[in-house]
Structures are given as structure tokens and as C-alpha cells.
Design a protein around this ligand. Structure first.
Ligand code: NAP
Length: 282
């Protein structure tokens, strides 16, 4: 899709093999009668300035951003909000007052899904263990702290990356060595896997949950497969669970609202559509 020839929106990235974002947004575009279309814009880095300038000039409402451009787009934007600034990454671009602006909705998507599925969970004062220290971990840690969590432990294979995240808020974010993670797991109210382990085609995440508290919410942001080994184990132990598909759906809500002024609903019908696609494509 070319933003110079259509009122379309799209996901911007390079080497995009498959994305569910078109399915999600085109479902809402049809449901709310919006005059637009959501496509895939896969382009080399040298095309970014012209592409983004076309959006600035009003030839498109905006775009989502995926790998490898979540950091690379920032210098071409006129402003980024506090969330994008805190995590150094943008996944949604939109226009306001002639300016091109960026935000990140991944963290809000995770917390939105968590609150939706577990409304009784008190995030204020909660302690959370995040496995992984990549872009998604940063976004989720920031959103959980904004929601009032008191301590976020981050365990990562490469401990240095967990330390780098903790350096921003050393009082509330604690890096944990992978070898010490089991004892930390017994302290927390929420455990979330943000590593890519457990994804279709990757090694499984081997993580015994026996030491977690009975009420600990076990979540995985991997959504292909929908039921990861981690979630299956949590269910066997009777722990409350949270899957990754809800985050994917909820992170799309703010973008649609910023582009079209309509807050779209994450419905059972939309979820079923994406679940069906996951079953067909993996
Ligand atoms: P990323 O920045 O590349 O980070 C990947 C993380 O996985 C790093 O912490 C990395 O550890 C860890 N990892 C990779 N291979 C590992 C291994 N063999 N053993 C231990 N740790 C390993 O990726 P991201 O953007 O944060 O995304 C992470 C996952 O979340 C992906 O599966 C992605 O599809 C998913 N995701 C889902 C949603 C959603 O809406 N549900 C949104 C965003 C991302 P090192 O630092 O040691 O390499």
C-alpha cells in the first residue's frame, strides 16, 4: 500500500512475513464504516523519509511500525509521547496539528488485556516477574509501573540487558540472573514471558511453575501457538492465565482511535477470527 495514493493505513516494516494487524484493523474499518483500508508496507530503510513525509502531508492517517523500524523511525518524527520516550520505541504513528507523532501501545495493550481478563487483580502494589528484556519487556514494565506495581523483576538470558532496563528506575525495577529466577517466581503476583521462547519454530520455554503462589497470574505474550507450554503448565497447576492474543488485539485499539477518532471494541467475534487464522497459519 502506498500512502501517496490512498487514504490507507498500514503496518510499516521490512521482511514482514505475516502480520495479523491487517485482519484486525480491516475488521474494525468494515464494522465502523470507515473509508480506509489497512495494508502492509514492506520497504528498505532508505525509503523511510519519503514514506513518513507523505503521512505528514496528510496522504494517510498514519501507520503501525514493526521490526526493524521501531527505533529507526524516531528521528523522522516531530514528537514522541512520554511512553515512547521512556521505552525508546514507537509502534504507532499518527498526525496531529500538521505534526507527525509517535507512541507505543504494546504496554497498554498488555495491561488492558490483563485488567479485562482479571478485573479483581490489584495492580497497585503488585510484584511482577518479567522473563526477557527485549522491546516488549520494556513496554510492559513501563505500563505496569504506570499502573502502580511496586516491584518489577526482570530476568534475562543476557543479564546486562535486564540491568540496562533497571538503570532507568533502580528503586522499582530489579534485574535477576536467570539462575536465580526460580526463587523470585515464588514472590510475585504476575509472571509474564516476553522472550520469544515457546513460539512456533522456536525452542520451548522450560520454566517450572511449582514454586509460584496459587493466585499468581501466569501470562505469555507469545500468541502462536495460542496455548504455549507455559500456559498449559499453569492451567494444570490451577493458576490463573493470560494469553498473548489479547495483548495483540488490545494494543491495536489506541492506533485505530488516533487515526479515525473511534474507540474500537475487542469483541469475541474479532478474537475468534484471529484464532481461526492462527489455527490455519500457525
Ligand atoms: P526482542 O526485543 O528480540 O527480545 C527477545 C527476548 O527473548 C530477549 O530477552 C532474548 O534474550 C530472549 N530470547 C531469545 N532467544 C532466547 C533463548 N534461546 N533463551 C533465552 N532467552 C531468549 O523481541 P520482543 O519484541 O521483545 O518480542 C518478544 C516476543 O514477544 C516475540 O515472541 C514477539 O512475537 C512477542 N510479542 C508479542 C506481542 C503481542 O501483542 N502479543 C507484542 C510484541 C511482541 P537475550 O537478550 O538474551 O537475547
Amino acid at each position: 500500500m502506498n500512502p501517496t495514493t490512498t487514504n490507507g493505513v498500514c503496518i510499516l516494516g521490512h521482511g514482514i512475513t505475516y502480520s495479523r494487524s491487517p485482519m484486525i484493523h480491516n475488521y474494525w474499518i468494515k464494522k465502523y464504516g470507515v473509508d480506509s483500508r489497512y495494508g502492509i508496507c514492506d520497504m528498505p530503510a532508505e525509503d523511510l523519509p519519503d514514506f513518513l513525509d507523505a503521512i505528514r502531508q496528510g496522504k494517510s492517517a498514519g501507520c503501525n511500525v514493526t521490526t526493524p523500524y521501531k527505533q529507526a523511525v524516531i528521528p523522522f518524527l516531530d514528537a514522541i509521547d512520554d511512553t515512547a520516550s521512556a521505552i525508546g520505541s514507537v509502534n504507532t504513528i499518527y498526525r496531529r496539528d500538521g505534526q507527525l507523532r509517535g507512541t507505543s501501545t504494546d504496554g497498554a495493550g498488555y495491561v488492558g488485556h490483563l485488567k479485562n481478563i482479571h478485573p479483581d487483580l490489584q495492580l497497585k502494589g503488585a510484584e511482577v516477574l518479567i522473563l526477557g528484556a527485549g522491546g516488549a519487556a520494556r513496554a510492559i514494565a513501563d505500563a505496569l509501573l504506570q499502573s502502580g506495581c511496586s516491584v518489577i523483576y526482570i530476568a534475562n538470558r543476557t543479564l546486562q540487558k535486564a540491568r540496562e532496563i533497571a538503570a532507568f528506575q533502580p528503586d522499582t525495577i530489579k534485574p535477576v540472573a536467570w539462575d536465580d529466577v526460580q526463587s523470585t517466581a515464588g514472590l510475585v503476583d504476575v509472571l509474564v514471558n516476553t522472550t520469544s521462547l515457546g513460539m512456533v519454530g522456536r525452542q520451548p520455554l522450560v520454566f517450572p511453575l511449582d514454586g509460584t503462589r496459587p493466585g499468581c497470574v501466569v501470562s505469555d505474550i507469545v500468541y502462536a501457538p495460542l496455548e504455549t507450554e507455559l500456559l498449559a503448565q499453569a492451567r494444570r497447576l490451577g493458576r490463573p492465565v493470560l494469553d498473548g492474543l489479547g495483548m495483540l488485539l488490545h494494543q491495536a485499539v489506541p492506533g485505530f482511535q488516533l487515526w479515525f477518532g473511534i474507540e474500537p471494541q475487542v469483541t469475541g467475534e474479532l478474537r475468534a477470527l484471529i484464532e481461526q487464522d492462527l489455527k490455519s497459519h500457525g
